[in-house]
Design a protein around this ligand. Structure first.
Ligand code: ADP
Length: 453
């Protein structure tokens, strides 16, 4: 400020002093006036320069202007740069935040006070069948037409989840989306969406499973308790007593088989994948299955042609017990379902490329094509009574599927109704070696990991 006053006085002195010196008092006053006017013109020129700079809008290059205007321009530029930096930082933070929301596996929709869409991520768009560009500023209730959603939207205070059918959901392939609303800010809403199809399916399967197990156990249990009660209350002749006890033993055996199969399944699900350290001789595996098949055939009093092809001289890697149980289940089924007079052919064949195929062919009733894809579901049976009569639990093929998957193999189910079935599985080359070779020869081949399922 002092510099400014000095500059002003200096201008006046430059006009006034020579005027007074050469022309006396009056000219001196005129000189002072001329000096003040010159100062004002100079200041206006500086102000004009600053104004031009402001209009140009290029705030990074400050004009070279001396005095107050120069300083004002400089301070203005600095303040602006600070603001610019703050704005850039805020924008960066917002971008990071939105990027995180975009990457979220859950759908996120920001709604304004009127429940119009302000922003949504791709996941939410996919869950709700919306277009992230076109549907902005649209009322969400006009776009999500599920009747459950409108009712849910009215009762946001309940803060509960609602499950609606997702886009493209059909009865055969339902798609379930769970939604939850959270109020935030001043009357705004955050709508979160989650694809719960797999969770709902798992829950559905769990309920079915529990119901099935209960049903399977209840039937023999009812027979057993009925017989126990009869035997407690009645004096039965020895012959009848024996018959009762035989039926009771059968029912107890049925429950035991069921529990064993359930335990096998849960062990298969819970244990680590079988490695390639344990090797089982294919001939031994077939011999054990043969013994079990013959025992089943004689227990069921069946006359079958049970043929086992000569086993290749090979070893298979994995859990020997699991592989034996898988093949035994297939051979057991063939024996149980093929009527007397029929035949069952079991073979292990080395395939080109080093894989091995275990196959069980029978001349039984066969399975209609619509049932084939469901045979490996737990408790799925084509003919319930025939399965039970022959001691089936409905879990055999589910166990086979698990074992084969755990060994990286492929399950093969082929059947023609009325003509017989050919069920088997193929193990990958990494799990097969010739009987004469050492494990080290094949250790270099990586063990194949099974597909999920
Ligand atoms: P189960 O204990 O009832 O035999 P599985 O899981 O082993 O259960 O088999 C499922 C269903 O597949 C059986 O109930 C039966 O209807 C059908 N099935 C399995 N193997 C054969 C076969 N070799 N011939 C005809 N049907 C079969």
């Amino acid at each position: 400020m002092a510099a400014r006053i000095l500059a002003f006085l200096f201008c006046m002195a430059i006009g006034g002093v020579p005027g007074w010196w050469f022309g006396g008092f009056r000219v001196g006053v005129l000189g002072l006036l001329a000096g003040a006017i010159a100062w004002a013109i100079l200041e206006s020129l500086r102000a004009l320069k600053v104004r031009r700079w402001l209009r140009r809008g290029d705030y990074r290059t400050v004009p070279r202007v001396a005095g107050l205007w120069g300083e004002a321009a400089d301070r203005f530029r600095r303040a602006l740069l600070v603001r610019e930096k703050q704005a850039a930082e805020a924008e960066h933070r917002l971008e990071d935040f939105l990027a995180a929301l975009r990457a979220s596996p859950n759908g996120v929709v920001l709604l304004d006070r009127q429940a119009r869409i302000e922003w949504l991520n791709e996941t939410a768009a996919a869950h709700l069948g919306l277009d992230p560009g076109r549907d902005l500023q649209q009322y969400i209730v006009n776009l999500v037409r599920d009747p459950g959603f409108a009712a849910f939207f009215q009762e946001t205070s309940a803060n509960q989840d609602v499950v609606i059918a997702g886009p493209g959901s059909t009865a055969a392939r339902p798609r379930k989306i769970s939604l939850r609303l959270h109020p935030y800010g001043e009357g705004r809403m955050l709508l979160l969406s989650r694809d719960v199809t797999a969770v709902e399916q798992a829950e559905h399967m769990r309920r079915d499973f529990v119901a099935n197990v209960s049903h399977e156990i209840r039937t023999p249990l009812t027979v057993l308790s009925g017989y126990v009660e009869t035997m407690l209350n009645l004096e039965l002749p020895a012959e009848e007593r024996k018959r009762y006890l035989q039926t009771m033993a059968q029912q107890a055996q049925r429950m035991q088989t069921l529990v064993n199969d359930l335990l096998t399944l849960s062990r298969l699900e819970g244990s680590p994948l079988p490695g390639a350290a344990e090797w089982t001789d294919v001939a031994q595996l077939l011999a054990q299955c043969r013994q079990e098949a013959e025992a089943i055939a004689s227990a069921l009093n069946k006359k079958l042609q049970l043929r086992f092809a000569p086993a290749p001289e090979a070893l298979v890697a994995g859990a020997g017990g699991e592989l034996t149980s898988a093949l035994s289940n297939l051979v057991g089924n063939a024996v149980r379902y093929t009527p007397s007079g029929g035949s069952v052919d079991v073979a292990a064949t080395l395939l080109p490329g080093g894989r091995i195929e275990f196959s069980v062919k029978d001349t039984g009733p066969g399975v209609a094509p619509e049932h084939l894809p469901r045979l490996t579901e737990r408790f799925y049976r084509v003919d319930r009574s025939r399965s039970r009569e022959t001691g089936g639990t409905g879990l055999g093929l589910a166990i086979v599927k698990h074992v084969v998957q755990r060994h990286g193999g492929e399950l093969k189910l082929e059947s023609t109704l009325g003509a017989g079935s050919s069920f088997g599985f193929v193990l990958p080359a990494a799990r097969v070696r010739a009987a004469g070779s050492t494990p080290a020869d094949s250790a270099e081949r990586p063990a194949t990991e099974p597909a999920a399922g």
